[in-house]
Each structure stands twice: as structure tokens, then as C-alpha cells.
Design a protein around this ligand. Structure first.
Ligand code: AMP
Length: 288
């Protein structure tokens, strides 16, 4: 397969192939960008890859549905997998290497080391998905060690994840530059997500109301409303759509992710809500 940059795109499943690739690229003085994903790629993922191709000589995309970041009863088994379509999309925009390992390649049967970021992982999604962020930080740390990229690209759609990874990189002195990218949305405002394909037509029609509710909260935040008031506005608007079952709605400090409560100013309003059996997350940033 030849990618849009005229180079051959390779798909590998073993760590040692990635290491060989890395060694070869480095010998030629090439910089390396990494885009970690779980596959079922959409324009959100591809925006990260495009940015990486602009900034790095070689772009590695990992595709790994990481079992350790799914909790019991979550959608690990049914999570969409389509390596062929993903490879075609990545080749068309100039990725150089796809690393698509099996779980057994990533985790030794007796693996017993976990990378765990405290504090930032306690609220928001962390409160409802125990162990999720340990799974994320451990696998991302492993991917950083396997690929050894100069830069790594993550989406702001998963705002807490981005903050947690930045903190891990800082705290552990991992030599990688973390780059956050804006959320890519459908025309009606719904954040692109691999999980959107689970939605029934009726659910899909209602789903953009999550972002619409966050926008109402953001408008109030910009007018000086405090965190608790912003949360109330979002909750009230979401409650008008009976298909939604909100899990949390929080206005937090953009850096510490601490709830703002009676404070106003710069904030991220983050929410998770079920629509049917599908859990959607989204957020919006309010500048000071
Ligand atoms: P995932 O495959 O869901 O683990 O996502 C892989 C990367 O793509 C993560 O850094 C996500 O934050 C990012 N991503 C997912 N959806 C979007 C989106 N709609 N816009 C931008 N980035 C996204």
C-alpha cells in the first residue's frame, strides 16, 4: 500500500516491527508522530493524523481496542472493528505505519505494572468508570515506549483524557510533545465518535442536543454565571429530551478539573449522558 506521500504504508502487529521502523526512521533523521486510536476511524481521528503528517516526517497510527480501559459490562466485545476500512482511510491521507497489535502482544500474561495518574482522574468520567484512566495511561505510556514519538496527538473531545495524559508526560518526564486538537463535529453539532454508529435513527436525531445544551451553559458562563448555575442550565435543557439519561454535568477548572461550584471564569463544561444503551460524552470550553 502506498500512502498519499508516495511512501509505502505498512501495517504491523508486533512491537519489534515498530522498533525496527523507529530505528530506521531515526537513522535517516526523521521525526515521528503518533496518533493512538481504537480504530473505527472517522474524521475526528483523521484530523489528528492530518496534523501529524504536517508536522512530522513519519506518522504512526496505533489501532488497539485496549481491554484494560473497558469496565465490566461496557462495550469491549461489540466495539466496532474494521481494520481494512481504517487502513484505506489512513493510506489516503499519508500515514506511514499502522501498529495494530493483538492484546497478547501488548500485555504479558503476568503483567503487573500500572501507570496511574491521581487527582485529575477522580472526577468526571473517572468517577463512573473505575480503572478506566489507569487502562488509558498504562497503554499510552506503553505506546510511547514502543513508538518513541517526538509528538503525539489527542482530541479535546476526550478532555479529561488529554489532561491526564499531559500530566503523566510531565510527571514522568516522558520525552514527547502532546498536542491537543479541537473536536470534529457533524453539521448538527454532534461530536464524531466511533460509538455514534450504535445510535438508532431516533437516537441519532436527538444526540446533538447534548452539544446544544452545553452551548447554552457556555453562553451563561460567558455572561458570568458561576459553575453550579451553568450546570443547572445544561441539566434543565437536557431534561427536555426524554431519550437522555445524564450521568454527569460538571463545570470545572480547565487545568485542575476541579468543580467550580460558586466561581465563574474560564471553565470546561463536560457531560456524559446515555441515550439508549450508548454513552456519549462531550464538552465545551468557556474562556475567561
Ligand atoms: P478513540 O479511538 O475513541 O480512542 O480516539 C482516539 C483519539 O481520537 C483520541 O485522542 C480522541 O480524543 C480523538 N477523537 C475522538 N473523537 C474525536 C473528534 N470528534 N474530534 C477530534 N478528535 C477525536
Amino acid at each position: 500500500m502506498y500512502n498519499a506521500r508516495g511512501d509505502e504504508m505498512r501495517i504491523v502487529s508486533e512491537k519489534r516491527d515498530v522498533r525496527d521502523y523507529h530505528a530506521q526512521a531515526r537513522r535517516g533523521g526523521a521525526s515521528i508522530g503518533l496518533v493512538p486510536t481504537m480504530g473505527a476511524l472517522h474524521e475526528g481521528h483523521l484530523s489528528l493524523v492530518r496534523r501529524a503528517t504536517q508536522e512530522c516526517d513519519r506518522v504512526v497510527v496505533s489501532i488497539f481496542v485496549n481491554p484494560t480501559q473497558f469496565g465490566p459490562g461496557e462495550d469491549l466485545e461489540k466495539y466496532p472493528r474494521d481494520l481494512e476500512a481504517d487502513a484505506a482511510a489512513l493510506e489516503a491521507i499519508g500515514a506511514d505505519l499502522i501498529f495494530a497489535p493483538a492484546p497478547a502482544e501488548m500485555y504479558a500474561p503476568d503483567a503487573c505494572t500500572t501507570v496511574s495518574v491521581g487527582g485529575l482522574t477522580e472526577g468526571l468520567c473517572g468517577q463512573f468508570r473505575p480503572g478506566h484512566f489507569d487502562g488509558v495511561t498504562t497503554v499510552v505510556c506503553k505506546l510511547f515506549n514502543i513508538v518513541q514519538p517526538d509528538r503525539a496527538y489527542f482530541g479535546e473531545k476526550d478532555y479529561q483524557q488529554l489532561a491526564v495524559i499531559r500530566r503523566m508526560v510531565r510527571d514522568l518526564d516522558i520525552p514527547v510533545e502532546v498536542i491537543g486538537m479541537p473536536t470534529v463535529r457533524e453539521a448538527d453539532g454532534l461530536a464524531l465518535s466511533s460509538r455514534n454508529r450504535y445510535l438508532s435513527p431516533q437516537e441519532r436525531a436527538a444526540a446533538p442536543k447534548l452539544q446544544a445544551a452545553l452551548q447554552s451553559g457556555a453562553a451563561a458562563g460567558r455572561e458570568g454565571a458561576a459553575g453550579a448555575e451553568v450546570e443547572r442550565i445544561v441539566a434543565e435543557q437536557l431534561a427536555q429530551e426524554p431519550l437522555f439519561r445524564p450521568q454527569y454535568i460538571r463545570a470545572v477548572d480547565p487545568g485542575s478539573l476541579e468543580p467550580l461550584e460558586d466561581r465563574s471564569g474560564p471553565m470546561v463544561i463536560a457531560a456524559a449522558a446515555y441515550i439508549g444503551n450508548t454513552r456519549l460524552i462531550d464538552n465545551i470550553r468557556v474562556e475567561g
